[in-house]
Design a protein around this ligand. Structure first.
Ligand SMILES: Cc1ncc(COP(=O)(O)O)c(C=O)c1O
Length: 407
């Protein structure tokens, strides 16, 4: 047998399995009600519309749609994205857009571009686990900035940057999910977005804005992306078709300065040569037909009541000592449970009762988050949400009772 461990690079040796990917395996059991994955609801996929689009792509563009494409991505798709971005407040030329294989690939590429072993990047406390994994895989150190109900606390951010610089550590970038954050669900108001750009300008830093959920908006007016306040090309904006069309397409886009774009394309070349050409044509044609906005509206109409069912069920079945901000968009609720509960340990009790979630510590780079749990409300049926929350409420109440006995 090959003694493989001794042959791995230091980098590969240090890579850890994604907690969520592992959890998703447990939750394959059909009896388990899973609030764990960040999955869109399969009933939201516009299957019939796409059947027509796929047929027309094959008929009209078959020979190019089945061919390799450019690394930067299909021009027609980038043009439509540029038009749509303009409406959102980002003035961008199609040449400054890159289509990637999911936004996860963009995050990995950001890591590849900026992080040497031992380098520091700044992330939220909590933040998206896939971001943590991507940046950690480049052997970086991640410094966390706490969030409040308005997202990353920019005052703490500035103090932290000052401290790092004093220790001669230049943080390579600030990674932020400002809109309906994964996992905390919070949205950063415009004033804080501007302040964040001011801070990045003041200390000459890059901001990586990850925005998969901005269009899944239920009861707040839209807020412009951070990128809209960036005049000099220091914000890399990333978004994806995963939550508004299909994660199976593996299609996302990012917007950055010409210089950063050039470097990113080179980094991407070694990863996959080009993003899936066929799905790029499909997404492009779907949007050209004007179907996207209506489709997003339908998704929001499906998810908003699910969010409401989850929040009501939380009121009904969880102990009063559990606190939860009501997310105004996105896919996740993020309750904090009372002192003395560790959601990582509680997970085993939950699985016995056939309900699953992701424990809070998975999203913290400083070991925090033990009392938090991430609950996805987009994937399950309404009935499953009600039943799953009831089961989870009972699991939490039982734990509190047991803790009292121990005390
Ligand atoms: C904040 C955030 N960034 C990136 C991703 C990755 O998405 P994609 O399917 O585009 O790779 C996700 C997926 O859940 C996410 O929540």
């Amino acid at each position: 047998m090959v003694n493989i461990e001794r042959l791995y690079s230091d980098r590969a040796g240090k890579m850890r399995k994604s907690v969520i990917r592992e959890l998703l395996k447990v939750t394959q059991d059909p009896e388990i009600i899973s609030f764990a994955g960040g999955l869109p609801n399969p009933n939201s996929f516009p299957i019939e519309d796409l059947e027509g689009v796929i047929e027309s792509v094959m008929k009209n563009y078959g020979k190019t749609a089945l061919q390799y494409g450019t690394t930067q991505g299909l021009k027609e798709l980038r043009e439509i994205i540029a038009e749509r971005s303009y409406k959102d407040g980002i003035d961008v030329e199609p040449d400054n857009i890159i289509i990637t294989s999911g936004s996860q690939q963009a995050l990995d590429t950001v890591g590849k571009m900026f992080l040497n072993p031992g380098d520091t990047a700044i992330v939220g406390l909590p933040t998206y686990l896939g971001g943590i994994n991507a940046f950690k895989s480049y052997e970086s150190n991640l410094t966390g900035i706490p969030l409040d109900k308005d997202g990353m606390m920019v005052d703490v951010l500035e103090d932290t940057i000052k401290k790092l610089l004093k220790d001669e550590i230049i943080p390579k970038f600030i990674y932020v999910v400002p809109t309906f954050q994964n996992p905390a669900g919070v949205i950063m108001p415009e004033s804080r977005r501007k302040k964040l750009v001011d801070i990045a300008n003041e200390y000459d830093l890059i901001v990586v804005e990850d925005d998969p959920y901005g269009k899944l908006r239920y009861d707040v007016p839209p807020v412009k992306p951070i990128k809209a306040f960036d005049d000099i090309g220091r914000v890399i904006y990333i978004s994806t078709f995963s939550k508004i069309l299909s994660p199976g397409f593996r299609l996302a886009w990012n917007i950055s300065s010409p210089e950063l774009c050039r470097k990113m394309i080179i980094c991407k070349q070694a990863l996959d040569l080009c993003t899936n050409t066929f799905t790029q044509y499909i997404a492009s044609e779907f949007m050209r037909l004007g179907s996207m906005d209506l489709h997003i509206m339908k998704i929001c109409e499906m998810y908003k009541p699910k969010r409401d069912i989850m929040m009501k069920a939380m009121d009904k079945y969880f102990p009063e000592s559990c606190i939860c901000y009501k997310p105004k968009g996105g896919m996740f609720a993020w309750p904090t449970l009372p002192e003395g509960i560790d959601t990582e340990l509680l997970f085993l009790d939950a699985i016995k009762q056939k309900v699953a979630y992701v424990h809070g510590k998975a999203f913290f780079v400083d070991g925090g988050g033990a009392r938090c749990m991430r609950l996805n409300f987009s994937y399950s049926t309404d009935e499953q949400i009600e039943e799953g929350m009831k089961r989870l409420g009972n699991v939490i109440k039982e734990k509190i009772e047991k803790n009292k006995v121990v005390l």
